[in-house]
Design a protein around this ligand. Structure first.
Ligand code: MRU
Length: 346
């Protein structure tokens, strides 16, 4: 990757991000000066991927107070709360978004002057982005140890540098394995309907010369049956006490992997673990019909036919071979007690 996915520009006090909707054709950096534009970027998936959403949420709240002309502390805090509410409702499934927003909002609420609120908000948001780079490297190191010296790894969606700030979670595991001298080939599922696998995962791996081949999502079972996949590694938008929420299609890969005796790993930062929720508490984002009905100018659905554009699915934890976090690898039983145990280690 040539530059970080999302950054704070100290000189202008603005947020810069790569517009992921234009990749792989164009790598355009967008400068964002207000939270309405940032909220739009999140909704349109210009910025996407759970850790990048956490950073975007943090930068968004910092942007709101940094650029506000309000002089009174409580008015500024109210403005920050409104920004937080606007950003939180942009996407419901990834827990990192609310986590990043809350971290910066808490700093603002604990401040005793507007100057302090502005300064600590920006400092905290920049710290969240920097932490993401460090913890993805740790996830990568922990996960790389699980992969054989020579292997073919299946991944779904994009849990790479583009979904984070620089290194990635699932692709961080692959990057670290390659950096340690392992021979890793990647099978990237194209990830319908928005093609995060073919457009983004293939793009960022190919840029670094990591061997990658794209398949239709529906070809994964065939390759597993033929013995062509050694492991699956995916990211997560939320890990509850009973399930992993990730891009739609993840569950079918997990079921197939279990059937064929292939390890199925989930790589995610600790901020993605939501140990207080269960599967039924989580809202699965339902996106617009148009994303299924059209591919560019080409109509794919007859007029009047309904679509079910589910953005995520839930994979029960019993299908997961291990959850790879920056704090280490958690093996089954990945039960409530175990996840609570993780939380107690904070
Ligand atoms: O709709 P998206 O592109 O935001 O979905 C992203 C995913 O499902 C990723 O796998 C997940 O956020 C993990 S990113 C490290």
């Amino acid at each position: 990757m040539l530059r970080d996915t999302i950054t704070w520009d100290r000189e202008t006090g603005t947020v810069e991000f790569i517009d992921q909707t234009l990749l792989p054709g164009e790598c355009r950096v967008v400068r964002c000066e207000n939270i309405e534009r940032l909220a739009q970027a999140i909704r349109r998936l210009e910025i996407r991927g759970a850790p990048a959403l956490g950073v975007a949420g943090a930068f968004g709240v910092a942007l709101a107070v940094h650029r506000s002309t309000v002089q009174d502390l409580s008015a500024l805090q109210q403005e920050a709360s409104r920004a937080a509410a606007l950003l939180t409702q942009t996407r419901p499934t990834a827990v990192n978004l609310a986590w990043g927003i809350d971290r910066v909002l808490s700093c603002i609420m604990a401040s005793s002057s507007p100057e302090q609120a502005r300064e600590t908000a920006v400092r905290e948001a920049i710290a969240i982005a920097a932490e993401d780079v460090d913890l993805c490297k740790k996830i990568g190191e922990h996960g790389a140890a699980l992969l054989p010296d020579t292997c073919t790894v299946l991944t779904h969606c994009n849990a790479g540098a583009l979904a984070c700030v620089r290194w990635g979670t699932a692709l961080g595991v692959i990057r670290s394995a390659v950096a340690s001298g392992k021979q890793v080939s990647v099978i990237a599922c194209e990830t319908r309907p928005l093609f995060q696998g073919s457009r983004l995962t293939a793009w960022e791996l190919a840029q670094e010369g990591i061997d990658v081949r794209v398949i239709p999502d529906s070809a994964a079972a065939h390759l597993m049956r033929r013995g062509r996949i050694d492991a699956a590694v995916v990211g997560a938008d939320r890990v509850t006490r009973d399930a992993v929420f990730n891009k739609i299609g993840t569950y079918m890969h997990a079921v197939c992997a279990r059937h064929h005796g292939i390890p199925f790993y989930v790589a995610a930062p600790y901020s993605t673990i939501d140990a207080v929720s269960s599967e039924e508490d989580v809202v699965i984002e339902l996106r617009a019909r148009e994303e299924l009905a059209w591919c560019g100018d080409r109509q794919l659905l007859p007029d009047g036919v309904e679509a079910g554009n589910y953005a995520f699915d839930a994979t029960p934890l019993e299908l997961v071979s291990a959850v790879i976090t920056e704090r280490g690898v958690f093996h089954p039983p990945l039960a409530l007690e175990n996840m609570r145990g993780i939380r107690r280690t904070i």
